[in-house]
Design a protein around this ligand. Structure first.
Ligand code: PHE
Ligand code: NA
Length: 450
């Protein structure tokens, strides 16, 4: 078999991991959870969770990947023995299921991006006005309902999966590394540009107030729901629990400082989430939308389309915004397909292009029902995100924290030197608090599902 691939550069690895981490979680979920959860007060709590839970957990995935140089199935088998390969299989299934609907949602963003190129968002909304009046529903909601399922959704799901497969088929250096090297700087530049633009809009200042004024009372009143939300967000936003970081770290040839890399990746992810809030809320308030609450998978399209239809220059802003999210979704999707592809390459000796096309094709088919009825989106999401992901993360923490901690400390110290008591502190963070948080989340997820 050909030699296993590696990243060409350290920056390449970091950008690929940042590309995976930065996705719908940052651009949609984070600003809203923060806005509703007490603004700056929530931000502090979230940072604590990312530091106390996300940071140790991403290091676990890194050491597992770098030590074994394998996909999650091969990696767990190597560390824990033969039965662990079935648990590794959970990671593959999770990535598989999540990508199937992630692609449908990403397709919507491509659609709205292209719609903006075609005509202004205001004139598109006008086209749905009579239908909205008839249904007695907000016009943007009617438009979203029309566009999010059926043949259009199907076409853009197809397009998105085709591009994802293409990048992964090209391999680590020529595909993923090159693509994310272009995409991540583009995402940052576009968001900074939009944040500056949003700042200049009249009426935007109320948006900063909504987003950033610390309200500790909100946290104290709602901590039972905010705590699990912040913990879950810490895992999801860093792409943990799906074997992505295991797989990406498995292409690290040399031993270098994983702690530093983890901090860089977390810094980018958090920075971009924060920056998105500086785009979204000023735009809403400038457009007169003062209660931009959460509301299902379509909410971002509904309220953003309304804003872009109202603001002067909204069309260009909208094209930039929807385009940026589509890029961010692509760099996350390729990481999910890479997990599944790496499994077939490592364990079954399948050639890369066949593996990515074959697995990508089956994932694509699994997503097709979602394009016809959004009920499947909720079902798949609850199952994969609320249960599979947390389960995978949990058993990985048990393996590394309780069954094979020596290798982990030794592996982490490579490229750093003796960790001293910090290594023990890390293992204990994995052993107790993280496992408790995951157990609580898992019970909540199962209760949600049944
Ligand atoms: N981290 C991504 C986000 O914040 C989601 C994701 C999870 C992507 C797992 C890939 C793998 O949106
Ligand atoms: Na993220």
């Amino acid at each position: 078999m050909a030699q296993r691939e590696t990243w060409a550069t350290r920056t390449g690895f970091i950008l690929a991991a940042v590309g995976s981490a930065v996705g719908l979680g940052n651009i949609w979920r984070f600003p809203f959870v923060a806005g509703e959860g007490g603004g700056a007060a929530f931000l502090v709590m979230y940072l604590l969770f990312v530091g106390l839970i996300g940071f140790p957990a991403i290091l676990v995935e890194f050491v597992v990947g770098r030590r074994t140089e394998r996909n999650p199935v091969g990696a767990l088998m190597q560390l824990g023995g033969n039965t662990w390969k079935y648990i590794g299989g959970v990671f593959i299934v999770t990535g598989f299921v999540i990508l199937s609907y992630y692609s449908v949602v990403a397709g919507w963003f491509i659609r709205y991006f292209l719609e903006g190129l075609r005509s202004s968002y205001a004139s598109q909304l006008a086209g749905f006005e009579s239908a909205a009046a008839e249904a007695g529903a907000p016009v943007a909601a009617v438009m979203f309902g029309e566009l999010s399922t059926g043949i259009d959704a199907f076409v853009f799901h197809t397009l998105f999966m085709a591009v994802t497969i293409g990048v992964v088929a090209l391999g680590i250096r020529r595909g993923i590394e090159l693509a994310t090297k272009l995409m991540v700087p583009a995402i940052v530049l576009l968001l900074v540009g939009m944040a500056v633009w949003a700042f200049t809009l009249s009426g935007s200042s109320a948006g900063y107030e909504y987003y950033l004024s610390p309200e500790f009372g909100v946290i104290l009143d709602n901590w039972t729901s905010l705590l699990p939300a912040a913990a879950g967000q810490a895992f999801f936003t860093l792409s943990l629990g799906m074997g992505v970081m295991i797989t990406y770290a498995s292409y690290l040839g040399e031993d270098r400082n994983l702690t530093k890399d983890a901090l860089t990746i977390i810094g980018f992810d958090t920075g971009i989430a924060f920056l998105t809030g500086l785009v979204v809320f000023p735009i809403f308030f400038a457009a007169g939308i003062t209660e931009p609450g959460e509301g299902g998978p379509g909410a971002i399209f509904v309220s953003m389309t309304e804003a872009f239809a109202t603001l002067s220059g909204g069309r260009i802003l909208g094209i930039l915004f929807f385009g940026t999210v589509a890029i961010a979704a692509l760099s996350s999707a390729i990481s999910l397909l890479e997990v599944v592809t790496a499994y077939l390459i490592d364990e079954k000796g399948v050639e890369r292009w066949k593996a990515s096309l074959g697995m990508g094709g089956v994932i694509y088919l699994l997503g097709v029902p979602v394009t016809f009825d959004l009920i499947f989106l909720d079902l798949l999401d609850l199952f994969a995100d609320g249960i599979l992901l947390v389960f995978g993360a949990l058993v990985l923490m048990i393996l590394v924290g309780w069954i094979a901690p020596q290798f982990a400390v030794e592996e982490l110290s490579k490229g750093i030197g003796d960790l001293g008591s910090l290594g023990q502190a890390w293992i204990w963070a994995v052993r107790v608090p993280i496992i408790i948080v995951l157990l609580v989340s898992l019970s909540l997820g199962v209760m949600d599902y049944v």
